[in-house]
Design a protein around this ligand. Structure first.
Ligand code: KIV
Length: 304
């Protein structure tokens, strides 16, 4: 087989594991389009996730359940076109891995062909067969346990998971099973910090936390949350590093005010005709037309 050289230094999951094994922490953030992927990559994040949070964060749905394979693919392709150096992953959306192994492989394969280096899917022990099949098909898988938003109806809402002794034990068991099935990493969402620390300590593969305390191998947040880009409710585990929503409103309002005052665009922000072209332009030198234009402006000014 001929050796293919990558034109860019793209991270692999092995690089990520090596980073953790040498004492580093991993940074993962979501992105749903090329500009957000460029920003995330320029900030040096390790992993970009085209998450199914696409549904709530970017498409205006109330949950992730409305997100389809077609939507995931469309947004993943946009992110992939940004050619990020970060490890690029995609979520398998609701019902894309529940209807049979063959269907799951076809769907995961579609995401890989669209640019994903790995997929993430929700669930514990019951996902063991599908994880094995995907890994066998050459597709790296990150497991997602704890609060699994695609099952929020079954869970009775978006709640912290693994708080009691039995559910904590079950979560630890799920993590071990996912590792045994071949997952290269496990993500824990909304899990008590002590339990997430125990899982991280127990597993050989790296963990990623969201609302799972500081002792995971890495952390993930939704792009729009970390930059404060909406005026909705933020979960307790989010730290906003920018008031993006209000800062963008301020910037757009300043632009709008400049237009209303007639000071945008300026001469420098406009294109000009050459002196020759201006002189030869029939309407430019037509005194009648000029007068009519001036008259029209005066009439408009009287009306207001
Ligand atoms: O879709 C998503 O954004 C997620 C989060 C847990 C990061 O899965």
């Amino acid at each position: 087989m001929s050796q293919q050289k990558s034109p860019r230094q793209k991270k692999t999951w092995l690089d990520l594991q090596a980073e953790v094994d040498t004492g580093g922490k991993l940074v993962m953030v979501t992105a749903y389009d090329a500009p957000t992927a460029h920003i995330a990559d320029a900030a040096g994040v390790d992993i970009i996730l085209v998450g199914d949070s696409l549904g709530n964060a970017a498409l205006g749905f109330e949950s992730t359940l409305q997100v389809t394979m077609a939507m995931m693919r469309h947004h993943l392709e946009a992110v992939a076109r940004a050619l990020p150096k970060a490890f690029l992953m995609a979520d398998m959306p609701f019902l894309s891995y529940h209807l049979g192994i063959e269907d799951a492989i076809r769907n995961a394969g579609e995401l890989v062909r669209a640019g994903a280096q790995a997929v993430k899917l929700e669930g514990g022990a019951s996902r063991e067969p599908v994880v094995r099949a995907l890994v066998d098909a050459g597709i790296p898988v990150m497991g997602h346990i704890g609060l699994t938003p695609q099952s929020f109806h079954v869970l009775g809402g978006y709640r912290v998971q693994g708080k009691g002794a039995a559910s904590a034990e079950q979560l630890l068991e799920d993590a071990k099973l996912l590792q045994a099935a071949g997952c290269f990493s496990v993500l824990m969402e909304c899990v008590p910090k002590e339990l997430a620390a125990l899982v991280t300590e127990t597993l050989d593969i790296f963990t990623i936390g969201i609302g799972a305390g500081p002792n995971c191998s890495g952390q993930v947040l939704v792009f729009h949350d970390v930059l404060g880009m909406h005026d909705g409710q933020y979960p307790k585990f989010v730290r906003k590093y920018m008031d993006g929503f209000n800062q963008m409103i301020i910037a757009l309002s300043r632009w709008s005010a400049d237009i209303k005052k007639g000071i945008f665009p300026s001469g420098e922000e406009s294109y000009s005709l050459s002196v020759d072209a201006l002189a030869n332009l029939p309407s430019g030198n037509d005194p009648d037309l000029r007068q009519r234009r001036a008259g029209g402006r005066a009439k408009k000014a009287r009306k207001t």
